[in-house]
Design a binder for this molecule. Sequence first.
Ligand code: SF4
Length: 303
Amino acid sequence: MAADAEEGSSLPEDLEPIREALIEWYEADHRAFPWRETTDPYAILVSEVMSQQTQLERVEAAWAAFLERWPSIEELAAADRSEVVRFWSDHRLGYNNRARYLHEAAAEIEEEFDGGFPESPEELQELQGVGPYTANAVASFAFNTGNAVVDTNVKRVLYRAFSAPDEDREFEDRANELMPEGRSRIWNNAIMELGAVACGKTPRCDEAGCPWREWCDAYETGDFSAPDVPTQSPFVGSRRQKRARAVRVLGEYDELPLSDLGPRVRVDYGGETGEEWLRGLLSDLEDDGLVEFVSGDRVRLRR
Ligand code: SF4
């Protein structure tokens, strides 16, 4: 992968366009989860604890039912623990210990914070069953006071886009450097959304309109491996992706000579993957009615 753990690597100097591009992309469209519509810390804590290792679709129904049954931290703290655990298993939410911890955390908030919710990631981490990830998520989404969230999705994005070395500290540093100050709510939502819908194990850079394509190292090199994707996924480096890239590049110009198009489609253009290879790719695109040659070696998108 492009990541060079020995030398490390830095983020681009001007982070503003990168930040703006991601926030705009997120604001234009994202998955609508009900917990994204609230800033109630209790509701957000419940959603975060439920989402740990449970599919979000299943969490959605359980979350609404849980809040109907125990609408406030006070009511949860006063509940019988065995009922909370029963709810958890009835809704197949995974490890019942998480229900116990959540109930315990509610009691801690009632007793130690007088029912007022802790707002900083540090305080939140003191609660039963709340680790660094959950603390940051709740601080961000409820209070906009979090640090950058670093989960598997975020690591994958940072590793691919900015060649972050595969070390927790490195990911954290880069994630926090990237995050615009005072905007943890939208930022953490946006970067996690990017990792989930665009930069998944099988990346969907073009289909998902990833806003970081122009800065992304993996997009540039075609190497999409990641800490949780040790080998190339079948899509990666595939002809399909090269086709998509050729179409995208041609969309930016009226027409292009093959000698200019080739290096924009693959960084290793030349030799076995030179003009002959490119002509084969373009011939497929021509058959599909997507491109046309305007002369022997100039090509454009079909009009
Ligand atoms: S361009 Fe592709 S690999 Fe790079 S960050 Fe976007 S989705 Fe991930």
